[in-house]
Design a binder for this molecule. Structure first.
Ligand code: SF4
Length: 374
């Protein structure tokens, strides 16, 4: 491995055949001795590998084991899964979360029956064309079930590859992603790709952990430039922190008789289509707020108001904005008529309207303070 003038190793040349050979051999030997005994590893049936891969997305291995076994008992093949009502598939998924995965699994099973006669497709592009299957999942199924030469990249291998490549860039950038996929393809052996891909993921999960990787026990430590440079804490490079911008806004509960004024947020606004109390950004100088609020309410709703008390202040974040929202009461002195995008409603009916999160918090305060209504 080369050295820079400051003694930090250069990224190794992974095009070097003997380096790749060493990596493959050591990983496969290590995996043979250390692979966890997991239910989906008992077979190379593409259907059950697919179910396990979908369940493992965003879910920990320990939580998946029981679900996987129960699911496979009830839906042992794509035919049973495709024929079941969606509500039953969801019941078997209940507790795993991210229910879209279960719906897509069901839709994909129906596609397997309709297009492939119930037989799980073998071709990479046909696997990739199934609902809910991306490049990683297609690669995992192709390599594990069919020993196809398909690379993989998921959270564990992103971290492991970043360290083996001495990748200084944040791995989520598109340039880094390209390099990582290229690396995954470069190191893949010709045969035994399923075991090799699983070994990579297992090493990432069990040894090359995010914090405190166990480099002393790592079978590829002597091939790892990050270990040589003691940069395990800095690679992979963390995502850039979001730069927040502080914003002050006012929301106004405009009352006329027993009713409050809601407006529907228009296209192009934040939360377009949701209902909301009139709301506006205000300047830094609080002395200007009454004038700013009066004119914003008139402009948004046509109402003229007397501004009343501040009744609460809510702090929240939307994308990169940290918002301080001051909430005021106001009496309406010239009420505009209701219309498709403007409603006068009793606080007890606010639950019927879709509101933003802060709109809902304001509405709950109003309902509490106004007591039971019609
Ligand atoms: Fe990861 Fe350490 Fe192994 Fe390098 S030596 S691959 S940092 S566990």
């Amino acid at each position: 491995m080369g050295k820079t003038n400051r003694g930090t190793p250069l990224p190794p040349d992974w095009g070097d055949a003997s380096r790749k050979q060493q990596l493959r051999r050591r990983l496969l030997v290590w995996f043979a001795d250390n692979a966890r005994d997991l239910p989906w590893r008992k077979s190379r049936d593409p259907y059950s590998i697919w179910i396990s891969e979908i369940m493992l997305q965003q879910t920990q291995v320990v939580s998946v084991c029981d679900y996987f076994t129960r699911f496979l008992e009830r839906f042992p093949t794509a035919l049973e899964l495709a024929a079941a009502p969606e509500s039953e598939v969801l019941r078997y998924w209940e507790g795993l979360g991210y229910y879209r995965r279960a719906r897509q699994l069901h839709a994909a099973a129906q596609q397997i029956v309709a297009v492939h006669g119930g037989e799980f497709p073998r071709d990479f592009d046909q696997i990739l064309a199934l609902p809910g299957i991306g490049r990683y999942t297609a690669g995992a199924i192709s390599s594990i079930a069919f020993d196809e030469r398909a690379p993989i990249l998921e959270a564990n291998t992103v971290r492991l590859f970043s360290r083996l490549m001495l990748l200084r860039e944040t791995p989520s950038t598109s340039a880094a992603q390209k390099q990582l996929w290229a690396f995954a393809a470069e190191i893949l052996p010709r045969k035994n790709t399923g075991a090799f891909n699983q070994a990579l993921m297992e090493l990432g999960a069990e040894v090359c952990r995010p914090r405190g990787p166990d480099c002393e026990a790592c079978p590829v430590a002597t091939l790892c430039p990050t270990f040589a440079a003691r940069l395990q804490d800095q690679i992979p490079a963390p995502k850039k922190k979001v730069q927040y911008e502080d914003v002050t806004e006012a929301a106004i509960v405009v009352t006329h008789g027993q009713r409050v004024l809601l407006r529907r947020r228009s296209a192009g606004e934040r939360w377009a289509g949701l209902w909301d109390f009139p709301r506006t950004p205000v300047s830094n100088d609080a002395a200007n707020w009454p004038g700013e609020i009066l004119s914003a309410v008139a402009q948004q709703t046509g109402a003229r108001i007397h501004l009343g008390n501040l009744f609460t202040t809510i702090k929240h974040a939307v994308t990169r904005f940290r918002i301080t929202l001051h909430c005021y009461h106001a009496d309406c002195v010239s009420p505009p008529p209701a219309g498709p995008d403007l409603e006068w409603i009793r606080p007890g009916r606010l639950t019927e309207y879709p509101l933003s999160v802060t709109g809902r918090r304001i509405s709950l305060l109003l309902e509490e303070s106004s007591g039971p209504h019609e």
